[in-house]
Design a protein around this ligand. Structure first.
Ligand code: PBG
Length: 346
């Protein structure tokens, strides 16, 4: 007795051995797909981040070493985020465009040591620099758009002068991509790329990141004034709106775009890729990382397998690259799998 409507068709034939599965795999994750986000702080010692097990804030010196290691593993770029000392935070976040700020110094150090063996992506947004933790200037409980964009232009220029290769606006203000492109071009940085966080959702999965850079306490201190980012980040219920956001950013001069978070928004990644044929990055954000880590630490899932499966899912959805806090481990796994000539799933 054979079962199935078409007994001659057996989908399982091609799954019978590791080599057949490898032969017909439609998606492959390589080390070139991984972008490593890093937190830099002023202290000389590394400090573990409680809500992100396995991730730490590092000194400038340590960041340079990690960047070297990432380059050796084949990771094409790092993305830098600063932990700004409280006394340098202000209402208008002006430390963001201080050419001697932590991020600018880090960019220069990484560049001096790593030369062009690794790309440097610098975030443009004010949240690490403001006392209220918002990505823009706050007037009353309103995050104001155009005055913020003025500051973002200065921030982008300072980062380009320091040597950033890619400017990544993550603030979600309207019109910022065009304004930043103009500022960069005026300053002679026409080769500096813009990777815009075009479809960035107002997500609870950013929680651990805000703890990492110290903006969660700042946001909480606004009570009863505005503590959420829903007036500028996107509503998770919307998909067509993401297409409009991406269309605008491309028109304004974005070279690449980002969908963020990653796993809960695979449909958006796919739509953007299909609609625009533009290079779209996915960000496996802090909360996604920590969920996998916490479940693994509790013994419920296997960290490495769950991590690789998540990353593969984003690649399959259409991402050209993925920002992940697990980039180093993932790159090591890919290297290992290659040397064993077997896929991660065996
Ligand atoms: C802020 C910024 C955030 C992240 C990257 N840039 C947090 C936020 O919008 O509140 C989140 C990254 C993560 O959660 O890993 N401009």
């Amino acid at each position: 007795m054979t079962y199935g409507k078409f007994p001659q068709t057996r989908m399982r034939r091609q799954r019978q051995a590791a080599w057949t599965r490898r032969m017909v795999a439609e998606t492959e994750l390589t080390t070139a797909d991984l972008i490593l986000p890093l937190f830099v702080h002023e202290s000389a010692k590394s400090e573990l981040i409680k809500s992100m097990p396995g991730v730490a804030r590092h000194s400038v010196r340590a960041i340079v070493e990690i960047a070297k290691k990432a380059a050796e593993l084949g990771i094409p770029a790092i993305a830098l985020f600063p932990v700004v000392p409280e006394n340098l935070k202000s209402l208008d976040g002006k430390e963001a465009y201080n050419s001697e700020n932590l991020i600018c110094r880090t960019i220069r150090e990484v560049r001096a040591t790593c030369k062009d063996s690794i790309g440097i992506i610098a975030d443009v947004a004010l949240d690490p620099y403001t006392t209220h933790g918002h990505d823009g200037l706050l007037e009353g409980d309103k995050v104001v758009n155009d005055k913020t964009v003025e500051i973002l232009r200065k921030q982008a220029k300072a980062l380009a002068v320091a040597g950033a290769d890619i400017i990544a606006p993550s603030d979600m203000m309207d019109g910022r991509v065009g304004a930043i492109r103009e500022a960069l071009d005026e300053a002679g940085f026409c080769d500096v790329m813009i990777l815009s966080y075009a479809a960035k959702y107002a997500s609870s999965f950013y929680g651990p990141f805000r703890e990492a850079v110290g903006s969660s306490a700042a946001l909480a201190s606004n009570k009863p004034k505005r503590t959420d980012k829903q007036t500028y980040q996107m509503d998770p219920r919307n998909s067509d709106e993401a297409i409009r956001e991406v269309a605008l950013d491309i028109e304004e001069g974005a070279d690449m775009v980002m969908v963020k978070p990653g796993l809960p928004y695979l449909d958006i990644i796919r739509r953007v890729r299909d609609e625009f044929k533009i290079h779209v990055f996915a960000y496996q954000v802090s909360g996604e990382y920590s969920m996998i880590r916490a479940a693994a630490d509790a013994g419920y899932i296997d960290y490495h397998q769950a991590m690789m499966e998540s990353l593969i899912a984003m690649k399959r959805a259409g991402a050209i690259g993925i920002f992940t806090y697990g980039a180093l481990e993932a790159a090591e796994m890919i290297r290992h799998a290659q040397s064993e000539v077997c896929s991660y799933s065996g």
